[in-house]
Design a protein around this ligand. Sequence first.
Ligand code: FES
Length: 154
Amino acid sequence: MARIDKDTTSAIVAKFGGKPELLVQIMATIVNRFGWVPEDTIRQLATELNLSRADVHGVVEYYHDFRTEEPGKHIIKICQAEACQAMGSKALTDYAEKTLAMSMHDTENDITLEPVYCLGNCACSPAIMANGKTFGRVDEKRFNAIMDDLRGKA
Ligand code: FES
């Protein structure tokens, strides 16, 4: 994923009129485009929007998708909310952690593994999201197929 630079940050702030009350939308634009918000960018946003760094960090901490560490090339989110839990998301999470040799919230070998709390796909639990695409009724076999596809092995 591309690294955000100061000029791009300034352009995004300008697009939202430099309004501090639009910080969430500004951050969402940055994260959608670059996948994360580095500390330098947080500092720049605070300066350009005339906010404290604590204000900006508060927003980052509130919204789980506003990550401050660079994600892997592939972002896998496994739903941990109620309907998916009832249909085996915990076992699927254990399987994913074991087969990928990593834990939730980690980034290893180009993969970031994260929990998510409802993907709006409850009728097809357990659900996961892989690089922005939602998959339902994911069992171990389907999980492997999704990962193989992402890695270009399918
Ligand atoms: S609870 Fe998992 S998609 Fe809604």
